[in-house]
Design a protein around this ligand. Structure first.
Ligand SMILES: N[C@@H](CCC[C@H](N)C(=O)O)C(=O)O
Length: 283
């Protein structure tokens, strides 16, 4: 079967985008893994599927699959690419759209300077929302924010949890470049305290408005940027009064800006979205 696709990226987090507005999405997990494979397929951290909405309260439906073929709830860099895609392919003439994801509605908007702003909705700090089962883990409070610890190779690693629709752990480190992202990220991703696995972010705070972040993504490994991982790092550190909105985070693939005014408010994610090329592949 031959399928048409588009390759895009947002701050180096790369995507294969499929237009399923006219025909139903029917790829198997194996076909998705093939598409995402960097040696035998196209290569992507995630595959994004554009579908017609179920009702007219939103403009599109947005499905997200990780490189390992698993379907997930949210993707922030993908949300920026999503609005650029539907605009460039003339699927809409709106600059700001409402998009239904697995768990919520998000609102990406094309800005005049070429970047994209996404209203990502409200974060949650409730462990059950990830889900996260902290039973038996050491715990403490930092400026009113709960943290837990996991022991790895004899060392305790303290972290905060948050949900942006998808689950995140954020660890504050002194040096993001030297953080054990692959080893510790993979260990925490599959720790039994996270029954649906988890994304793991390592944040180095440079000053209250600026930091460096690296994210080990569930189902994809370390990526050059993770939009929801950046949201999680910003909101947990603003919540614990280590940072203040707006926050610019430097990722290996580029900078993202996050705005969050505190509990009960939505998070805004601002950054680039790049349309690379259209092509087709035999699956
Ligand atoms: N790259 C994404 C997040 C994609 C999903 C994530 N790996 C998960 O499993 O939840 C982003 O930009 O947010």
């Amino acid at each position: 079967m031959k399928i048409k696709f588009t390759k895009m990226h947002g701050a180096g987090n790369d995507f294969v985008v499929l237009d399923c507005t006219e025909k139903p999405f029917s790829l198997t997990e194996k076909q998705l893994r093939h598409l995402a494979d960097r040696h035998f397929g196209v290569g992507a951290d995630q595959i994004l599927v554009v579908e017609k909405p179920d009702d007219n309260s939103v403009d599109f439906k947005y499905r997200i699959f990780n490189q390992d073929g698993g379907e997930v709830e949210q993707c922030g860099n993908g949300a920026r690419c999503f609005v650029k895609y539907v605009s460039q392919r003339k699927l809409t003439d709106k600059k700001k759209i409402r998009v239904q994801t697995m768990k919520s509605v998000i609102e990406p908007e094309l800005l005049d300077n070429g970047t994209v702003k996404v209203n990502m909705g409200m974060p949650s700090f409730t462990p059950a929302d990830l889900p996260f089962n902290p039973a038996g883990l050491p715990t403490r409070e930092v400026n009113g924010e709960p943290q837990w610890a996991i022991r790895f190779k004899g060392e305790l690693w303290w972290f905060s949890v948050s949900s942006m629709g998808n689950p995140h752990v954020t660890i504050i480190v002194d040096d993001a470049a030297g953080a054990p992202v692959a080893e510790l990220g993979a260990f925490i991703e599959k720790h039994p305290a996270f029954p649906r696995r988890v994304n793991v972010g390592f944040l180095e705070i440079m000053n209250p408005h600026e930091g460096k972040v690296r994210v080990w993504e569930r189902g994809a490994g370390e990526t050059l940027a993770c939009g929801t991982g950046n949201c999680a790092a910003a909101v947990t550190s603003i919540h614990a009064q280590f940072m203040e909105s707006p926050v610019t985070l430097h990722n290996r693939g580029g900078d993202l800006t996050l705005q969050w005014e505190g509990e009960g408010e939505n998070v805004e994610l601002i950054g680039p979205a790049v349309y690379l090329f259209d092509s087709e592949i035999e699956l």
